[in-house]
Write a protein of this length. Structure first.
Length: 592
C-alpha cells in the first residue's frame, strides 16, 4: 500500500474565496478597457461564478467555468484549482492541470505537493523527488516540502534518507502539525523495521498524562494497542484524569483493552458505563458497545455476557425501534437461529411494533422450522387480524396447511383471499403491487394443484398468474418446470425458463430448470453451460450433480455421468442413487 493512498491535499477554500474576492475588485479610473483587460474581467466573473457553483456542490460545473476562465486568462491559481476539483479517480486530468499550474508558477505549493503525491501513486518516484528537491533548494525553510520528501523516501524504503529529514522536523519544526506528523511517520518506520519494543517505550514516554485533549490520549492508547501493548495502553488510560470525564471513545477503548486481556469483569464494568453515557442517544450507546464487541478478540467466548447486558438495556428502552432491531441482528449473528432468546426478542418486538410484517414473518419462520405448526398457525391468524389487507399472512397460513399435508385446506385459504380481493376487476385498473399479490396467490394455487397431481388445473392457475404479472421469476420457473415434467409445450417451457434466468441470473433453481428444459429440447451444449453455472454457485448441492449426470447420459457420456452421480452420492447418499450408480457401472462394463 502506498503511503499516500489515503491522503488528500485539499485546496484551502478560504484561499479560493479570497482569491475570488480579490479578482472581483472593480477597476477604478478606467472607462475604456483593452482587450486584455476585458478578458481579465470576464475571467474574474467566471471565477466568481465557479466559486458559487463549487460552494453549491456542483464540482463539474465549477470545472467547466474555470476552464473557460483559464482560456481567457491563463493563471497558475486557476489551473491548480481546476486540478484540485477533479475527483481522485481522474488522475490524468489532475496531473494535467497541476503541471499547467507549475509551468506558470514553479513555486505554487497547492499544485506542487499534490502533484508529488500523484507521482508516488503512479510509482513515478524519481519525478516526485526531483520536483520536491528543486523546490527545497529554492525554499530551504519549507517544512512541508521536507515532510513530503521524507514520505516519498519512506514509501520507497529508503529509510536512510527519510529518517534524517524526520528527525530534523521533530527537532526544529515551527508548525506543531508537521512535528506530530513527522513523529508518527518515524514510529511507522520503526515498526516496519521490527523495533516494536522501542516504539512502545517511546509512546509511553511521550504520553502526556496532564493533557486535556481526549483525542491525543485515545490516539496514544490506540497506537499501543495496535502494537499488542494492551497493558501499557490500559495503564495509560487508567492514569489519565480524562477517563473519569465520560469521554465515550476513551471508555470504549478501556473496555476493549480489559476484554482483550481476558479481564471480562472489569471490561463489563466499562461496557455498562458505555450504555449509561448521558450525552449519547440509546442507539449511539448501543452502536458504541457493538464497536467494543467487534474489537474484542474473545467476543465468541464473551457473547453471553454481552447478551445479558444488552438484553437489560433494550428492555429499559422499549420504544427505541432501531435499538430493538440492532439487538435482534446481534442475536442472529451470535446465536443459533433456534435459540430461545431470538424467539423472545421477536415476540417482544411483535407486541411493541404490531404492524411490522417482517417480525411476524420471522416468528412464523421460527415456529415452522421447529415444526410448531399450531403455534405458527396462531401467529398467522393473529397477523391476519392485524393486517387484513396483506396477502402474506394468508400465504403463510396456506403454506402451513401444505406442510401438514392439507392441500385442499391450503387451496381454500388462498381462494378466499382471492375472493376478498375482488379479482374480477379489469387487470388494467389494478396497481403493480396488487398485480404482484394476485399473481403470487395464483402461483401458490398452481403449485398446490400440481402437488395434488391436478396438472391441468395447475397450469390454468399459472396462466391466470401470468395475466397479472409475467415478470415474477418463481412463477416463470415453476410453470416451466411443470411443463417440462409433463413433456408439454417445451418451446413455451424454454421461453419461460429463459426469462426466469434473465430476471434472477444467480438463482440455482432457475438455472437448473433452464438446463433441464434445454436437455429435453436436445440443446445439450447450452444445458451444460447452465448446469455448470449452477454448480459454480452451489457446488455441494447433490441435485445439481444429479441433473448434470442426466444431461451427460442423454449424450451417452457415461463415464462423466458416473463421476457426477458419485459426487452427488458423497454429498447426500440415497438408496435410489446408489442403485443408479451400480446400474451405470454395469452398463459401462457391458460396453467394453
Amino acid at each position: 500500500m502506498k503511503c499516500f493512498s489515503k491522503q488528500r491535499i485539499l485546496v484551502p477554500i478560504c484561499c479560493f474565496i479570497l482569491a475570488a474576492f480579490y479578482l472581483s475588485s472593480p477597476l477604478e479610473g478606467q472607462q475604456i478597457l483593452s482587450v486584455k483587460e476585458a478578458q481579465q474581467q470576464q475571467a474574474d466573473a467566471l471565477f466568481n461564478a465557479a466559486v458559487t457553483t463549487f460552494v453549491n456542490a456542483k464540482s463539474n460545473e465549477a470545472i467547466r467555468l474555470l476552464q473557460v476562465a483559464y482560456g481567457l486568462q491563463p493563471s497558475a491559481m486557476i489551473a491548480q484549482t481546476i486540478g484540485s476539483l477533479f475527483p481522485a479517480t481522474e488522475l490524468s486530468a489532475k496531473r494535467y492541470w497541476y503541471e499547467k499550474a507549475i509551468s506558470l508558477d514553479p513555486d505554487n505549493e497547492d499544485a506542487l505537493f499534490p502533484l508529488s503525491i500523484l507521482n508516488c501513486q503512479e510509482d513515478r518516484y524519481e519525478e516526485a523527488v526531483a520536483l520536491l528537491s528543486a523546490y527545497r533548494q529554492r525554499h530551504p525553510e519549507s517544512e512541508e516540502a521536507s515532510y513530503y520528501l521524507a514520505l516519498i523516501y519512506s514509501d520507497k524504503g529508503e529509510y536512510d534518507k527519510a529518517i534524517p529529514l524526520l528527525n530534523e522536523l521533530i527537532k526544529s519544526a515551527k508548525k506543531q502539525s508537521i512535528e506530530e506528523a513527522a513523529q508518527k511517520q518515524l514510529l511507522a518506520i520503526q515498526m516496519t523495521n521490527g523495533a516494536t519494543e522501542d516504539v512502545v517505550n517511546h509512546l509511553v514516554a511521550q504520553a502526556d498524562l496532564t493533557s486535556k485533549d481526549p483525542n491525543k490520549l485515545f490516539e496514544s492508547a490506540s497506537q499501543l494497542g495496535s502494537l499488542g501493548a494492551y497493558r501499557q495502553a490500559l495503564d495509560l488510560l487508567s492514569k489519565s484524569p480524562l477517563i473519569k470525564e465520560n469521554y465515550p471513545n476513551l471508555i470504549a477503548l478501556k473496555a476493549v483493552m480489559h476484554m482483550t486481556l481476558g479481564e471480562s469483569e472489569a471490561g463489563m464494568k466499562e461496557c455498562k458505563r458505555v450504555l449509561s453515557l448521558p450525552q449519547l442517544t440509546p442507539e449511539e450507546r448501543f452502536s458504541l458497545l457493538q464497536t467494543v464487541l467487534q474489537l474484542d478478540p474473545n467476543k465468541e467466548k464473551n457473547s453471553l455476557l454481552y447478551i445479558a447486558l444488552l438484553e437489560q438495556f433494550v428492555q429499559e428502552n422499549p420504544q427505541e425501534e432501531g435499538l430493538q432491531n440492532a439487538y435482534l441482528a446481534y442475536l442472529y449473528k451470535y446465536l443459533d437461529g433456534s435459540d430461545k432468546k431470538i424467539e423472545e426478542q421477536l415476540v417482544r418486538m411483535s407486541h411493541l411494533f404490531p404492524k411490522r410484517e417482517d417480525i411476524a414473518m420471522s416468528l412464523l419462520a421460527t415456529a415452522i422450522s421447529q415444526m410448531k405448526y399450531e403455534q405458527a398457525d396462531s401467529i398467522a391468524q393473529s397477523w391476519i387480524k392485524k393486517a387484513p389487507k396483506s396477502y402474506k399472512p394468508y400465504m403463510y397460513a396456506a403454506l402451513l396447511q401444505m406442510l401438514q399435508g392439507h392441500s385442499q385446506e391450503a387451496i381454500t385459504i388462498v381462494q378466499q383471499r382471492l375472493v376478498a380481493l375482488s379479482t374480477n376487476l379489469d387487470v388494467a385498473s389494478i396497481d403493480a403491487s396488487e398485480k404482484e399479490e394476485i399473481a403470487s396467490l395464483y402461483l401458490f394455487l398452481g403449485d398446490a394443484y400440481y402437488a395434488e397431481k391436478a396438472v391441468d388445473k395447475a397450469f390454468e392457475m399459472y396462466e391466470k398468474a401470468l395475466s397479472y404479472d409475467d415478470k415474477l421469476p418463481s412463477l416463470l420457473n415453476n410453470y416451466a418446470y411443470g411443463l417440462a415434467q409433463e413433456g408439454k409445450n417445451l418451446q413455451k417451457a424454454e421461453d419461460l425458463a429463459a426469462r426466469a434466468v434473465s430476471l434472477l441470473p444467480e438463482s440455482v433453481n432457475c438455472m437448473d430448470t433452464y438446463a433441464y428444459v434445454l436437455m429435453l429440447r436436445k440443446n445439450y451444449t447450452l444445458a451444460e453451460v447452465y448446469i455448470r453455472r449452477a454448480l459454480e454457485v452451489e457446488p455441494q448441492k447433490a441435485s445439481l450433480h444429479d441433473r448434470f449426470a442426466e444431461i451427460l447420459q442423454a449424450q451417452e457420456k457415461y463415464h462423466e455421468a458416473l463421476e457426477q452421480l458419485e459426487r452427488a452420492e458423497e454429498i447426500e447418499p440415497t438408496v435410489e442413487r446408489s442403485q443408479m450408480i451400480q446400474a451405470l457401472k454395469d452398463k459401462i462394463r457391458q460396453m467394453r
